[in-house]
Design a protein around this ligand. Sequence first.
Ligand SMILES: *Cc1c(COP(=O)(O)O)cnc(C)c1O
Length: 326
Amino acid sequence: MFSISPVESMNFDGHTLYIKRDDLLHADFSGNKARKFYHFLHHDYSYVTRLVGAGSAQANSLYSLSVLAKQQGWQFDYYVSHISKFLLQHPQGNYAAAIQNGANIINVAELPYADNIAGMHLDDVVQYIMLSTPTYADKQHLLCIPEGGRCEYAETGIAQLASEIIEWAQIRQQIKLMVFLPSGTGTTAAYLNKQLIQQLAQLQLTPVLTIEVLTCSTVGGDDYLRQQFSQLIDEVYYPHIVSDGHKYHFGKLSQRCFDMWQTVCQSGIEFELLYDPVGFLVLQHYLKTNTLTNTDILYVHQGGILGNKTMLPRYLRKFSNSINAS
Ligand SMILES: *Cc1c(COP(=O)(O)O)cnc(C)c1O
């Protein structure tokens, strides 16, 4: 169902950046969530009748899972630990689109046994729900995907991304490439680096073409990100984590992030508002403090534009007096 996503170029702080437009993979199923969930489209899951997931009510993965479920004709239950009043009154973005696709979004705080699960991590809550809900007694027909698609299945689609990047570099006869992408769970960066290393070796390109994967944390800091890597891949495959010294709190609105988002959107490419501003701020810092020679920089646009429908109004309510004039 996917075509190869295009690569476009833009100017960034005096550098040429190549943008891998995974946001354009497919009209309804795009970005890194589409890469992560690609596996389920290309393997036989016809025994599944119900998909269970969990995460934030505005998450990009909520929307992508709802597309997957609709396409496959699965019931889709999605657990959230919180839904804001505002979103309930004004459904929009990923949340509204997922509901339109038939997602059954369940607030765990409203479950009859909410007291038993209060304070538990969402992944554990889902474990608990799986065991205590009669609808889920028949495990054979269930597919349960961890928050953010952090699971080994994600590697299938990310392997495809890796091979597209290698092909692109070969066509350009590029010998040194730096790939940059901001991380949440780190699943995409981890599998991408592992796949690039393995595929380059398999193609016997290892000394000829060097591809380095750089990423940054947008959630919980560098140690947390390394710990996430450790659950998915061997240490030899860890991508390089870079930082600009700031501690970013996921989803927190900041003037710096908003300014950076407006700057990069002037390229004509719309980026998303949760991960990309942090990615570009850290990349900017990296480019200021490191000299690259004969190296192309490829930034992976990981989609998530639908989420801007909820994030942008929040930003505008907070910083409406500071929109760049241009
Ligand atoms: C989910 C997401 C990420 C984070 O991906 P991980 O694999 O969890 O690191 C980054 N950017 C966008 C736009 C996303 O939707």
